[in-house]
Design a protein around this ligand. Structure first.
Ligand code: SF4
Length: 93
């Protein structure tokens, strides 16, 4: 049986929190996500090691996020701990 995503309001809350964190990273000038890290995250999600990947929708049932969008955000992290957010770059001297 395919896992089910959280309810609509929980997904909206999750999205607003995540987009606030990502907006802050963009405003402080964090660099773009490296393509290799996006590919690495996507491979983990698509392997379905977590049992939460919904291939028909390309969606994560743990958070309800669209996987291709989620993996492209620096500050996003797998809710089950399979991949972390990228740390902010060190401050310039
Ligand atoms: S973000 Fe984590 S829980 Fe969601 S599909 Fe990817 S690996 Fe699975």
């Amino acid at each position: 049986m395919e896992p089910r995503p959280p309810g609509f309001f929980q997904m909206v809350r999750t999205f607003l929190r995540a987009s606030t964190r990502e907006s802050a990273a963009i405003l402080r000038g964090d660099p773009e996500m490296p393509a290799e890290e996006i590919a690495r995250r996507y491979a983990i999600c698509r392997s379905n090691i977590c049992g939460q990947y919904m291939p028909l929708d390309d969606r994560c049932a743990a958070c309800g996020c669209n996987v291709p969008k989620k993996i492209a955000w620096r500050t996003a992290a797998c809710p089950d701990g399979y991949w972390p957010a990228l740390p902010p770059p060190p401050p310039a001297c």
